[in-house]
Design a protein around this ligand. Structure first.
Ligand SMILES: [Ca+2]
Ligand SMILES: [Ca+2]
Length: 379
């Protein structure tokens, strides 16, 4: 009777050294690579040039985040706030548009896409929001409409001889509805006009809110994924829930006490299964990493570079979220993979390939990457 104990000890030892067994994806096929905001590691987010680069790098899906213009056109931006990702602040003709809006309960002063017509949006150019990334493309590329992105996916699919999917995210759906600019029907109309209405269509709809996904489930058969956010992880690697990243914003409005963490329990996943095909948790929900705390109570600087970041964290064993989601028939797509060494846990020794392989080993069905070429190479 000693064998099981020995085996358990051995398995534990292997896990602690990161030699995980390879789990299967839900459909047994290789995991999908989703070009997060296009090729965000290389070119400014959400530009035709960025999406094209991602396709050239071999991604399966390109990912437009969708917001509305004042005249009701869906465009690709990470958020309705335009200040961080465009040159709007340099345009004197728009200076008076800057104003304060409550975005999901947070007072926000910025330029908002919903205060601009499409014609005005088309005079703006994208900029790289992360200072650590290449700034040389700033001011060159226009803001695309969702229609232009659909057209690109279709033409590139023909050209490349493989299907390029589109993975639209509805951003701040409750806010857009309150402004009289709801996203959902316009999104579904554009997908329908593209001939994309079925599970097999090359499209997956995502949202951090739940109500709008339930609404769209009644109107389309295309795949739907529930995203699951959080604010941070603590020293022990436990997910931290703080507003506005503690729960879907529609839960705030409807008085639903549940948090994002409640969505990835067995019960939460079972409810997601009633309206979605997949779940998209932030990666610490699948496998997190902890700090080592010194005698002074502070986190240890494991790599001795004088800074505390991901490189000073140690991976924890995986959770049961992938297994539990798969048991219900939900696919799991997680996010976001970024190659900068400061974002990689100590186990990966600065090698993004090692991080991809560790998450692929969990049996995930896809991931969102800023560096699609690295993700494609790792699978
Ligand atoms: Ca997104
Ligand atoms: Ca460090």
């Amino acid at each position: 009777m000693r064998t099981p104990i020995l085996l358990a000890a051995l398995t534990g030892a292997l896990l602690s050294f990161g030699a995980q067994a390879q789990e299967k994806t839900l459909d047994g096929k290789p995991p999908l690579v989703i070009g997060h905001r296009g090729a965000a590691g290389y070119l400014p987010d959400h530009t035709m040039e960025g999406y094209k680069r991602a396709i050239e790098m071999g991604v399966d899906f390109i990912e437009p985040d969708l917001v509305s213009t004042k005249d009701g056109v869906l465009i690709a931006r990470h958020e309705p706030m335009l200040g961080g990702t465009t040159d709007v602040a340099t345009k004197p003709e728009f200076a008076a548009r800057k104003r304060k809006v409550k975005v999901d309960g947070v007072d926000t002063e910025d330029f908002f896409a919903f205060d601009f017509t499409l014609a005005e949006i088309k005079t703006l150019r994208a900029i790289q929001p992360l200072k650590e990334r290449d700034q040389s493309h700033n001011g060159k590329y226009a803001i695309p409409t969702f229609q232009e992105i659909i057209d690109l996916a279709k033409s590139e699919s023909l050209r490349a001889g493989r299907t390029i999917g589109v993975y639209p995210e509805t951003k701040h759906p409750t806010l857009h509805a309150a402004l009289g600019l709801p996203l959902e029907d316009r999104l579904l109309d554009l997908l329908k006009a593209a001939g994309w209405t079925e599970k097999t269509s090359p499209v997956i709809i995502q949202s951090f809110e739940t109500g709008n996904l339930k609404y769209m489930r009644k109107k389309t058969n295309v795949r739907i994924i529930q995203l699951v956010d959080a604010d941070d992880v603590d020293k022990d690697g436990k997910v931290v829930l703080a507003a506005p990243f503690d729960k879907p914003y529609d839960f705030v409005v409807t008085g639903d006490a549940r948090t994002f963490a409640d969505l990835v329990t067995k019960e939460g996943l079972a409810e997601i299964k009633t309206y979605a095909d997949g779940v998209g948790p932030w990666k610490p929900y699948l496998m997190s990493a902890r700090q080592e705390i010194g005698v002074d109570g502070k986190p240890k600087d494991l790599n001795g570079d004088g800074k505390i970041d991901e490189q000073d964290r140690i991976l924890l064993p995986p959770t049961d979220v992938v297994k539990n989601a798969h048991a219900l028939g939900l696919f799991v797509h997680t996010w976001t993979f970024r190659s900068e060494p400061r974002r990689l846990a100590s186990n990966f020794k600065g090698d993004p390939q090692a991080e991809y392989k560790a998450y692929f080993a969990l049996g995930i069905d896809g991931l969102f990457s800023d560096f699609g070429d690295q993700a494609v190479k790792a699978r």
